[in-house]
Design a protein around this ligand. Sequence first.
Ligand code: SF4
Length: 323
Amino acid sequence: MREFLRKYRAELAAIQLPPGLRRWTAKIGKVFEEEGVEFVILGKSCYGACDLADKEAKQVGADVLVHYGHADMGLPASLPVLFVEARMLVNVTEKLEQGFEEIDSRRVGVVTTVQHVGELQKVRELLTSRGIEVAIGKPGFRARYPGQVLGCDMGSATSVMGEVDEFLYLGTGRFHPLGVALVTGKEVLTINPITGNFERWSRETESFLKKRRALVARAACCRRFGVVTSTKIGQARFKLARHLVEKLTKAGKDVQMILVDEVTPETLGDFGLDAVVCAACPRIPIDDAERFEIPLLTPFELSLVLGERWEGYRLDVVKAIDF
Ligand code: SF4
């Protein structure tokens, strides 16, 4: 950090933090104060490295942006950016040892989020010492570390899915394990690194698919569609959005392309639409489905609406050609 501030002779730094880290602002600010660097906290959203606040940083005249919590995904920025990755200091292996009997396969793929990637090597050693073959996959084009998965990049799981019987996910939340189960078709066992609780995801996957089928059926009767994308640099999938608009137009639907910063029921509420297809962050239609009154579909679900046969579910992941 100090080196970065000195290298760019920063006089004013903009700081971007995800909500979970905002209560540490005073502590974080100390380093800047010690370096004699003025700082401003950007209160905008901070969903991931895709949501870089470089424009806002420029607007306030900052020389640099310090983005906390996420790993760099290689997106271009209009000023120097330092990514300070979050690491959670919990002993996952200790918890794993206590519930070891939960693992009932001999070949296991291990995946996690950036907060726990530092634990992967220890987990590998522990499992290997108990006679389990461990595979830690290569990430796709957005995640940075082997074994790391993002809502929009499941490469660390798909790259080893042929070599394993099941996946072990270290982390909390439902989206990542659900995503791994959907893209690989394998069982996913999760361990919560804080509580040490284990959970299996097969039943969750079934109920998810049932809900999505119902949503697709509902959207099939809709006439006025929106295709939404975002101004966030890593979510601005304009090429994909244009392609979806073309598809809908060809299918004889009324369609509008909408650009927003955040895809929420409020930002989409006033357009009088029957259904919307999301060409922004792939997590939104899945994680926030219940918040929307109208169907919010993924691009794959739109192809189902337009007549493609349901032969297995395809999770939306971000590709370079989407931009
Ligand atoms: S899943 Fe969504 S919020 Fe997370 S990095 Fe990908 S685009 Fe950003």
